[in-house]
Design a protein around this ligand. Sequence first.
Ligand code: MN
Length: 234
Amino acid sequence: MSIFTRRTLLASAAAATAAATFAAPAAVLAQAPAAPAGPFVQPPLPFLEPQLAPTISNRTVTIHYSRHGAAYFTALHNLSRGTKYASMKLEEVVVESDKETDRRIFNNAAQAWNHNFYWDTFKPGGAKGPSGRLAEMINASFGSFDQMKIKLKADTTAVFGAGWGWLAQDGDKLVVATTPGGGNLLPRNLPMLIGLDVWEHAYYLDYENRRPDHIQAVLDNIINWDVVASRLKA
Ligand code: MN
């Protein structure tokens, strides 16, 4: 579903709610999406789906957000219903469920969190690089902004199969880390600054097997460096 369609649906849902008082026609109510129940609700994208192109195509954003991303929220909602996780914040679910042998709740909670974090990292036409304290920490930790990108790209490219590459904070240093599958660094209590999704659904339609080209384009063109800087801890 395109964002335009979704917004139209949201608008019609709101209209249907308002109109319900006045006995809205059944056809209008039937078109409104079911209200999401439970605490785990996929937030809207902070941009329009076509706006990341050509770095990430409209089609990839649409499928990634509305099918893959939505599926993690649906699965988490269903798996957590009636459990202690149903009343937790998403971050707590990730940390607590990581202690379980059964990985289903962790996998879906971590992927739900990862995707919220991922989409919030992007801004069409944003600054080309970091500034201020973030830039200073990058230089101190990697030598330069370009060296940071080279390291993040190399390590993330080397993730075997599906996983994530992270720029993270470890005390007063920045580090690059990777996690397999749906993992992230919440269980290690390392604040994450950038998360690069290298599941094939994130890039294959646009870049086929050229994972490093996708990573390079993302780092060069669509990172919201203000958001990245705001994730630094004191
Ligand atoms: Mn993904």
